[in-house]
Design a protein around this ligand. Sequence first.
Ligand code: GDP
Ligand code: MN
Length: 380
Amino acid sequence: MRLHEYQSKEVFASNNIPIPRGRLASTPEEAKLIAEELNGPVVLKAQVLVGGRGKAGGVRLVNSPEEAEEEAAKILGNRVKDIPVRCLLVEEAVHIQQEIYFGMTMDRENSEIVMIASAEGGVDIEEIARLSPEKIIRIPVNPLLGLRDFQARVLATDIEIPRSLWRSFITICQKIYTVYQQLDTTLIEINPLVITDEHRLMALDAKIIIDDNALFRHPDMVDKRDTSAEAPEEIEARKFGLAYIKLDGNIGCLVNGAGLAMATMDIIQQQGGRPANFLDIGGGANAEKVAAALRIILADPQVDTVLINIFGGITRCDEVANGIQQTLQTIETEVPFVIRLVGTNETEGRQILADADLPTADTLQEAAAMAVARAKALVA
Ligand code: GDP
Ligand code: MN
C-alpha cells in the first residue's frame, strides 16, 4: 500500500524527520488561505500516487496567495499522468542548495535492507541510475544488527555531504530506519532530500510503501489507502481477501494456496500455455469467495479458458463446486472450464460438477494440458 506524499510526511513529522511547513488543500480558496498563513512563496503539489509529478506539471512554485489560488484551480480537477487530482499539498517554498536522493528498501536477492543514496537527486534520478550508476551508492543493512552509525557516515562521505551536516544526516538515516522497521514498509524514498540555503537537511518529497501483508499490524494505516488509481479488479479482490495479480497470458487460474497457485502456473507454462493471472483464494474459502474470484477472472477479456485447481483441506471441495456451479448460473460466459478437485469431500464436489456438465480432471498435469489445449484451440 502506497501512501500519499502528505501522508508520508505526516509519518516523517511524527518521527521528527524535518519537512517543510504546509497543509493539505482541496479547493483553490483553501490553497489561498494556507499560502496566506505561510506568508511567502509556496509550492503546490498534486497528491497523486505516481512519480515524476514535477515533470508532468503537478508541482508548481507560486509567489503570492492570489497566484496560489489561480494555479490551484488549474491543477485541482485536472489530471496528472492521467490521475485526477483531488487535493494539493501547499508548502512553504524552500531555497535549495543541493538535491540528494535517499532511499531505503528491501534487497530481495541478498535478504537485506539496503540504503541507497546519490549526491545528484531530484527529478532526473532515473537518468542518473541509467547513465552513471556509479553515482548511486548502496549500503546493505543487516536486519539483525540494525543500522550502525558508521554505515550512515560512510554513505555521507560517499555522497560528499558536508561534514557539518553529518550528525544531522546520520540522525535522519536512523529515524528512517526506525520508521522502515516499525511500519513494516518495503520502501521509503526521499527524493529530494535537500540541503537548504540555511544549511539544513529537509525532506522535500516523501514516498512510503507499506507491505500489504503486514497491514493487519497497522490498523490506523488501513483507511489511508487511496484506491482511486487502482485497477477495479484489485479493489474487488482485496474486499474478498483474495490475492490477485494480473498477468499477460490467457489461461485464468483459480487456486487455493499461494504455493499451489505458483505450482499451477509453472505447470501451465511447462505445457506451453501462459497464465492470465495469479489468484489465491486462500484456505477455508467458501462459495462466496469462489464466486467473487470467478467474477474477477471472467471480467478479464484476455481470459480464453479457466483452470480451477483446488486442494481440499480445510477448504471443502463440495463447497467450492457449489460456488462454481452457482456462479456460472449467474454469469453468461462462453469461456471453457477445466476443474481439478482433490481432498476433503472430493467425491461430493465432483458429483456436483458432473451434474452441472462441468469438465473435471484427475491430475494437475492433465488439467493443465486440457486448459492449454482449449486455449490453443480458441487461438487457432
Ligand atoms: P516528483 O516530481 O513527483 O518527485 O515531485 P517532488 O516533490 O520531488 O518535486 C519535484 C521537484 O520540484 C523537486 O525535485 C524540486 O526540484 C522541485 N521542488 C519541490 N519543492 C520545492 C521547493 O520548495 N522549492 C524549490 N525551489 N523547488 C522545489
Ligand atoms: Mn520526488
